[in-house]
Ligand binder design. Structure first.
Ligand code: MN
Ligand code: MN
Length: 447
């Protein structure tokens, strides 16, 4: 059976469905076709629908069973992958699956073709054994590695393909550590802003205007310095007002996290962190909001000593947000704060504040039926108490699907933290691939 699973994974790995490259479009289409054929073999009704954004990869919709007395579970994964090339430093051809020492290597084995294959065989085996007691639906997108372009609008358009969904299982994450299976219950949201300062109508020479004009970059650096303290505290008025307080139950979830702070410091190349207490550090990354300064568009940034005075500069800033901050409300607080600071400095330059993008946070209920079934299944199969983990990153399509289908989501990790999902020699432990399949079988059997 393991051979059949690895063979299917190998067929998918052989197709470089890299969403970032337009030139790989035909491989993505082939991948979508292959996944659809497979799903039809187990009796699913499958539809490949065009992405609403022209030129973006299609979405695979599939459903199996329509018994209204049974629960209906929707599985989410993606069939596109990150770019990879042997020349990047891979030991093997990234698109020719390599099996070695209990691992499989190849682009997409962990993110996200392995989890997709584990799901497929979990459902297939339950059907073969006559034990599938739920209706199963699938949604597989081909643009996740390119910000899920078009996913929300396309799915919303085809929402009626699915019957009533009771729960959503996200198969697109890894364990937080190496040996502790984990389930994800949260991601942060994001608000991305631009602070634009327009001075002279074009770039100038400092020999000509130095000492003559108020330079746009001075205003921008001043404003960017007014956003945050060195200890991490964000200075925007009202920024923390809606952050949910920590409950005892939530705090307890941090006691079972497999994490090596010293290893992490080594990985970062840092001797000191803002907090040296693991729980505080994880909370600051997972459950507290933050602000980061990313760059200045229009500023001189190459080698050398160009004496330009940029005419227009745009400072790029993002904020990672948590329950119950509203990303659009936070954008407004940012605008108010920067406008207020700008008014204090009496500048002849022109300020414009741009909201570049927003995305919702996700906060799952660790006591709902999916997490309960997952916890039991992991305990039974791995004989280990699962970790409940969050992430500092953002996957806005999860809260989107929860709202669209009015159903709760749960993230089931498949690979390990060292799989190297976007890196060279991406790998997946075969034990995790098979274990993932078994845990999904057990979860579905418990519903
Ligand atoms: Mn992924
Ligand atoms: Mn990825």
């Amino acid at each position: 059976m393991t051979k059949e699973i690895i063979d299917y994974l190998s067929e998918l790995i052989a197709l470089p469905s890299i969403s970032a490259f337009n030139t790989n479009r035909s491989f993505s289409i082939q991948t979508a076709n292959k996944i659809s054929e497979k799903l039809r073999l187990i009796g699913a009704e499958v539809k490949i629908v065009d992405n609403v954004i022209p030129g973006k990869n299609p979405i695979i919709l599939a459903k199996l069973g329509d018994d209204p007395t049974k629960k209906t579970i929707l599985f989410y994964s993606h069939y596109d992958v990150q770019p990879a090339a042997k020349e990047d430093g891979w030991d093997y051809d990234p698109f020719d699956l390599k099996e070695l020492d209990g691992y499989v290597y190849g682009r997409g084995v962990s993110d996200d073709k392995g989890p997709l294959v584990a799901t497929y065989f979990a459902v297939k085996e339950l059907i073969d054994e006559g034990k599938l007691n739920v209706n199963v639906c699938f949604v597989y997108e081909g643009e996740e590695e390119s910000s899920s372009g078009g996913f929300e609008d396309t799915l919303e358009m085809h929402k009626d393909f699915y019957n009533d969904i009771d729960g959503i299982m996200i198969l697109d994450t890894s364990w937080f550590g190496e040996e502790t299976p984990s389930m994800d219950y949260g991601f942060r949201g994001v608000t991305y802003m631009g602070i634009q300062i327009q001075g002279p109508n074009k770039d100038q020479h400092s020999g000509l205007v130095g000492g003559v004009i108020r330079e746009p970059m001075e205003d921008l650096i001043y404003l960017m310095s007014k956003l945050k303290q060195f200890d991490g505290k964000v200075l925007i008025n009202g920024f923390y007002d809606k952050v949910l307080p920590l409950t005892d139950e939530e705090k307890e979830l941090y006691s079972n996290i497999e994490f090596d702070l010293e290893e992490f410091k080594k990985y970062l190349g840092r001797n000191t962190l803002l907090s040296e207490d693991t729980t505080t550090m994880l909370m600051n990354n997972w459950r507290n909001p933050t602000l980061s300064l990313h760059g200045i568009q229009g500023a001189f940034s190459e080698d050398g000593s160009k004496t330009v005075v940029p005419g227009k500069v745009i400072g790029k800033v993002s904020m990672r947000l948590v329950p119950n901050q509203d990303p659009k409300e936070i954008a407004q607080l940012f605008i108010d704060h920067i406008t207020n600071e700008f008014n204090k400095i009496n500048s002849p330059n022109k300020l414009d504040i741009l909201t570049i993008g927003t995305g919702d946070w996700w906060y799952g209920d660790v006591n709902n039926f999916l997490f309960s079934a997952g916890k039991e299944a992991i305990n039974e199969y791995w004989q280990i108490e699962p970790a409940f983990t969050r992430s500092g990153g953002s996957i806005p399509i999860i809260p989107f699907m929860e709202k669209l289908f009015d159903a709760p989501a749960m993230g089931l990790g498949i690979g390990q933290s060292t799989d190297g999902a976007h890196s060279q020699n991406e790998r997946l432990r075969i034990k995790n691939l098979i274990g993932g399949k078994e845990v999904i079988k057990k979860i579905l059997s418990k519903l």
